[in-house]
Design a binder for this molecule. Structure first.
Ligand SMILES: Nc1nc2c(ncn2[C@@H]2O[C@H](COP(=O)(O)OP(=O)(O)OP(=O)(O)O)[C@@H](O)[C@H]2O)c(=O)[nH]1
Ligand SMILES: [Zn+2]
Length: 209
């Protein structure tokens, strides 16, 4: 095991194994964030220690990632990122255990109940006493550092994620948009992300409903 520090985050590499997927055989590398005890995952395909690999930093969304919830775009984004990295033959998915933009699964389900009563995703967080987004990305920088990666092309629609990663010491040479289908179930969520959280979702047809 080896410890790595970047910014204020310290991570310890715990273990790893090959994980074959339809998009290629990734190496799953598990890290522990010392400040919180949370275990975060790096899925690494191919050689990434040189150049500027394509990466996705994905925050845990059990409802979308595992169970295919259509309330959000997470599951589609994760699959799209894996496929795109598979096409390039190299890249990294950092899977961060900050469910519900950091409020945890229990509170996210409460937030969904509020959304069913008419609150949007940001208002629901506020109603529960949380800021709109509690996530920290220093741990992602520490994991990249441990993997020998200092410069990346980042797959995201979220400029705040980009800023946070740059502040944590990672150079971003390009932001690569992640296009996902707009469905009746996720349309309002995507609109709110674009209007209130600053996401660049240029393919949303209109922003006024
Ligand atoms: N609190 C809350 N969290 C949500 C809701 N819908 C999805 N999430 C969480 O939002 C996070 C989305 O993470 P990402 O897809 O990595 O990030 P993003 O900010 O959407 O930015 P992108 O890189 O463009 O996808 C996950 O942690 C989800 O669990 C919601 O309605 N309320
Ligand atoms: Zn989600």
């Amino acid at each position: 095991m080896s410890e790595k520090e970047a910014g204020s985050s310290v991570v310890t590499r715990l273990s790893d194994a090959a994980i074959p997927t339809p998009d290629g055989t990734f190496r799953m590398i598990l890290f522990r964030e010392e400040a919180t005890g949370r275990e975060h995952v790096a899925m690494v395909l191919g050689a990434v220690g040189t150049g500027t690999p394509l990466i996705r930093i994905h925050s845990e969304c059990m409802t979308g990632d595992v169970f295919g919830s259509l309330r959000c775009d997470c599951g589609e984004q994760l699959a799209a990122a894996r496929a795109r990295i598979g096409e390039e033959g190299a890249g990294i998915i950092l899977y961060l255990r900050q469910e519900g933009r950091g409020i945890g699964l229990a509170n996210k389900l409460r937030a969904y109940q509020l959304q069913d009563q008419g609150f949007d995703t940001v208002e629901a967080n506020h109603e529960l006493g949380f800021a709109a987004d509690l996530r920290q990305f220093g741990v992602a920088a520490a994991m990249l550092d441990a993997l020998g990666v200092r410069s990346v092309r980042l797959m995201t629609n979220n400029p705040r994620k980009q800023d946070a990663l740059e502040k944590a010491g990672i150079r971003i040479t390009e932001r690569v948009p992640v296009r996902v289908p707009i469905l009746p179930e996720n349309r309002r969520y995507l609109q709110t992300k674009a209007l209130k959280l600053g996401h660049r979702i240029d393919w949303l047809p209109e922003l006024d409903a």
